[in-house]
Design a protein around this ligand. Sequence first.
Ligand code: 26V
Length: 839
Amino acid sequence: MSSAAEKSRRNSETAAPEDAGDVAVAAPKPTPRRNDSASLAKEIAEKLTYAIGKDPATARRHDWLEAVTLAVRDRIVDHWLASNSRNVQSGAKRVCYLSMEFLIGRLLRDAIINLGLSEAVRDALSAYDVDIDLLETLEPDAALGNGGLGRLAACFAESMASVGIQGFGYGIRYVHGFFRQEIVGGEQVELPENWLAHGNPWEFERRERSFEIGFGGKVTTIEEAGKPPRQVWRPAERILAVAYDTPVVGWKGTRVNTLRLWSAQALDPILLDAFNSGDHIGALLEANRAQSITQVLYPADSHLAGQELRLRQEFFFSSASLQDIIRHHLKRNGGDLSTLPDKVSIQLNDTHPAVSVAEMMRLLVDVHGLGWDESWDITKRVFSYTNHTLLPEALETWPVNLFERLLPRQMQIIYAINAQIIREATQKGLDGAKVSAISLIDEGSGRRVRMGSLAFVGSHAINGVSALHTELMKKTVFNQFHELYPERIQNKTNGVTPRRWLLECNPGLTDLVTEAIGPGFKDDITKISGIDKLADDAGFREKFMAVKLANKQRLAKTIEERLAITVDPTAMFDVQVKRIHEYKRQFLNLVETVALYDQIRSHPEIAWQPRVKIFAGKAAPSYANAKQIIHLANDVARVINADPSVQNLLKVVFLPNYNVSLAELIMPAADLSEQISTAGLEASGTGNMKFALNGALTIGTLDGANVEMLEHIGEDNIFIFGLTAAEVAARRAEGQSGREIIDASPILKGALDSISHGVFGEPGRYNNLVDNLYGNDWWMIAADFEAYWQTQRRLDALWQDSDAWGTKAVRNTARMAWFSSDRSIREYAKDIWDAPTSV
Ligand code: 26V
């Protein structure tokens, strides 16, 4: 048996709860486990011996990691069982968060800190001369997501457990998560990621919790005397969805929720007839086809490639989750589905699970025999939908003919919903053009199903992820729907969990804040505002900046190890890390970098401040311009770092393979956070929040949550520049080219000329990027350059005054509490889910 399979088997046989989230009997008495270091040391040794079969003398580091994980896991399971039995007893509303992505990263440190075991584990291991910090870095990242949307789902899952909500995450157990990025010859190369290669001690396979998922086939109408006709879907293909549960540990372990990820398996793992007749390959084909559904995460965050496999993934996990939700509800609520909306809320994380609206209707009407109107009422009260992007190319639509072939009954239901919506709209007096804008079918470009519209009409609440984004939703994508249903769109500004993004990633700052104001902020992050008054206290500020310096030294060491680039930790660390996308404008940052390089050389008399420009991020494999930007970043780094004339003033670093763990290293080490998207394009951003919480100053546009950060942090402590969203829209409408602006700016022109004339790689390599600016400056790079440049120079001046910089850095940390995902989740619970907290 493979080690992964073996590990799963072990998990299903050991201390795992019978059925996470669904225990019928009273809570089993948890084994009282002691959390002192001696008890932990003993248990870790026991795990090493009896679960892994090694003794301390022969154990490798990975064996120790597994032993510690299993010892910590036992404690989690105790809390998990207790939470599950409380769930049954309280009968409180369950919140089900449906997301194609959960970018959770490593789990061991998160669990140790949330359970308050840091000291005990460290001491227990030091008895064996093992370093817990080192072990933690051996755990693979669970990279089951692309970027912001997936990481938000992970922060929300942790916050739901921390604020006491009965939360369930539902997603996909991808065998291969987000690709690993290497840089070869300056260019991105994608390599497969294999996080399950050595097994996954955090997951518990639940074979008993599996559901059949159909595809294709036919719909037949059944007519029975005295009854209305019924539709029955007979799929041509059936696949099994098997649950794998991972515990989600909340702060102090008071609640442990469940993340349930579905894995696709064949109903018949092997076709015996085929096998026996000698067709050994053919006998396995069906299993392979079934399993392919959950093999790999699609590595794009815009530009729907439109593959059938993606739609299969979406339906597969939606149907499995809904069947599970309904099964659970029937069991706990006397078989009565009319109370479903009182007991369950389902949040759709973007449109990826939007087919759930049609599938819920099928399950209620066809399978459970409810009437259409009642089912529609239940559906709308149960679902709510979060929109995460306004980019037109990222708004999902599927060809009607593909939908019809793969999901014939769901397509019929979508038509029926559409007819109803159009009727409602016409009754309210909407004219033809407006009616076609709200149709679920886009008739324009070869009939397609609009998934955003389906999610909208099937939900009682639709939310944007920042105040600005929400207003733009009302004015743009959902304008007609907003006119028709003005009460539905709400704002829920994103947040990040302060456990992972402060306590875990920045222990130095956590200790300093504890020393200054006590540990209360760990329970309630709003208390961190207590350090605001210390921003003018020179002693505190010095300590604050000393912590920052230590974090920068740690990052400098990683840069040296991975890239053999030496950076000065006392230089300003100016950081832009995020997915690579034209709208996020890494190119603007690179043009400014090149301009700075030119100016430093031509004006040595100016007091330039030493900077390290740090970039990291992945490009979608098919996104040519984004890959060019990565290439340019690496070319620029190569040339500048080799030029002795700017050595101590400018270094450029592109750190490969940006992921959650790298983010945890980078965020605490940044002085300056680059949040410079073209205004109106970044829905919220969450990296912006992580940086500021860790004391970085922000240079940014009035976009996404930056707008609200400005309100909370105060205009003296954040550096805003550039066109507003309204100005961008106006310039775009005029089709403004960048030529005049470039010709009028010698600094910008000089930088663009160096880029296109071959200073950084062969001439012409970056023509595409540069020529775009002269033609239609769509991303407003030329338009915003001057304001960006001037703002960077103001930051240079500020950097010289380290007291003033330090004061602002402290204020950033002090004033970011509102951007905790605990606050976001409480708002969802109150305004959208009507779900209790602290259960
Ligand atoms: C779209 C697509 C399109 C088809 C291919 C696969 C795929 C995967 C993901 C997406 C949606 C990406 C949207 C997204 O990540 N939005 C980000 O959401 C963050 C959390 O709300 C927010 O902070 C970012 O501003 C926003 O870009």
